[in-house]
Design a protein. Structure first.
Length: 451
């Protein structure tokens, strides 16, 4: 954006100082979601009133009615972290070190596919960010592409809002382009024709409606798209089948990251024989998502030994929350610091079996010591005011950057109450993220927005 913009001031903001984004998050009660527009868009994208009804029934708290605001500098730092991680993972020394301790299937060359929908999750406090984890099958991108087109924002100028809306409108095509690029990177000679969206009991999954959005997207591009349980797959004569359909690509939403469950046997065999393009794949999970890697990313000394350039070490040191592998030999010292730590299983997902140290019991701590866990320095999530002036309440939020090949594709917030994100909080759920200038303000005056 260039030129002078028209300042916009939220009527909720009174006098104060500090980052504009913090002021808006803490004082603005504006509802920015147009529910009618959202339902109309979803009805078109899902292609059926019955499916829209299913989404509303299955996921009543998936969409927040409020936007979340962060500073421009936080957005820049997040992009730097994504690029720095990608640069580190690309180093042979890092790959050799991580894969040497990874399961055997992670050693298998995925054939060029990088892995779709990496999710970099951050906590944000003002203009400070803290990377809490990386996921390799991050959900919600398709839902966010629809949601953002139904929001307006009270605290950004018209040009920024228009740019954000246009970005949301093009997200679905960029998602499709990502899958096509995975096919190209895998050096397949024939055109991509079929894709299977695979998860355990997909019709029972909370985000099943998103699978339907993916299916519609793929079909609109001329592909045959099937939603399947891994147990429905059959590997025969070098071809992976779902019923009478031969599968070219599998978009995996499985949490069986090592493909070790009995139900994943056919998928595993097809992957190991390079009969399909699997994305994301076990090697991506080992290189990015295993939480032991966070101990590497936050250890400047080890990164230097692996040959990581200083510019990337500095970015990671500043923005990755310090993480250490839990060692029973340090039991007393860890227990004494537990209130400042968050404990997570190294190969965990969805915040399962994760514990805040200040809520930890001796019994659970002993179980952690006997398991494969990491301990991460706790950083409080951001907060967004909700409710009403008469009955206000604070919701927590984290920020998810969807990324592919080191570039951020989309940024969304997740609003919630409780220990971790849960999509079970009234007024919570996914929310669009808008950035605001870092400059301090007083008397509630929002500055002219320029870029």
């Amino acid at each position: 954006m260039t030129g002078k913009q028209t300042p916009r001031q939220c009527a909720c903001i009174g006098e104060g100082s500090g980052l504009i984004s913090e002021q808006v998050n803490s004082k603005c009660f504006c509802v920015t979601l147009d529910k009618d527009a959202l339902e109309a868009k979803l009805a078109v994208e899902l292609g059926s009133p019955a499916l829209l009804a299913l989404l509303k029934e299955r996921c009543p708290y998936i969409f927040s009615a409020r936007s979340v605001f962060i500073s421009d500098s936080a957005v820049i730092e997040m992009s730097k972290v994504v690029r720095a991680v990608e640069a580190v993972v690309g180093l042979p020394a890092y790959r050799d070190f991580v894969l040497s301790r990874a399961p055997a299937i992670a050693q298998h060359d995925p054939g060029g596919a990088m892995g779709v929908f990496f999710g970099y999750d951050f906590h944000v406090a003002g203009d400070r960010i803290g990377l809490i984890e990386i996921n390799t099958n991050a959900g919600g991108a398709m839902l966010n592409s629809v949601l953002a087109q139904a929001h307006h924002a009270c605290c950004i100028d018209d040009e920024r809002l228009a740019a954000a809306t246009a970005c949301a409108a093009s997200l679905a095509q960029r998602i499709m382009d990502m899958f096509l690029q995975e096919w190209t990177l895998s050096r397949r000679n024939q055109p991509l024709q079929t894709i299977a969206i695979v998860d355990t009991a997909p019709h029972e999954q909370y985000l099943y409606p998103e699978f339907l959005l993916f299916q519609r997207l793929f079909q609109q591009q001329g592909l045959k798209a099937i939603i399947a349980d891994p147990a429905e797959l059959l590997f025969r004569n070098g071809v992976l089948w779902v019923g009478d359909t031969a599968i070219d690509m599998v978009y995996s939403r499985l949490t069986d990251f090592k493909l070790e469950n009995d139900a994943s046997a056919a998928l595993c065999a097809a992957f190991l024989e390079n009969a399909i393009v699997l994305t994301p794949h076990p090697q991506a999970h080992a290189l990015y998502a295993n939480k032991r890697n966070l101990a590497l990313f936050s250890d400047s000394g080890q990164l230097k030994m692996l040959g990581v350039p200083k510019e990337f070490i500095d970015v990671l040191a500043a923005n990755v929350l310090h993480t250490e592998v839990v060692d029973a030999a340090h039991e007393e010292e860890l227990w004494s610091r537990r209130r400042q730590l968050f404990f997570k299983p190294s190969a965990g997902y969805g915040s399962k079996a994760a514990y805040r140290g200040d809520k930890l019991t001796k019994r659970v701590f002993q179980e952690i010591l006997q398991s494969d866990y990491v301990a991460q320095v706790a950083m409080a999530p951001g907060e967004r005011i909700a409710g009403s002036r008469v009955a206000p309440e604070n919701l927590k939020f984290d920020i998810r950057c969807y990324a592919y090949r080191g570039e951020v594709q989309w940024t969304a917030a997740r609003l919630y109450q409780g220990q971790t994100t849960n999509f079970r909080t009234p007024q919570g759920g996914f929310a669009p993220v808008y950035s605001l200038p870092d400059a301090q303000v007083s008397k509630g005056e929002l500055l002219t927005l320029t870029e």
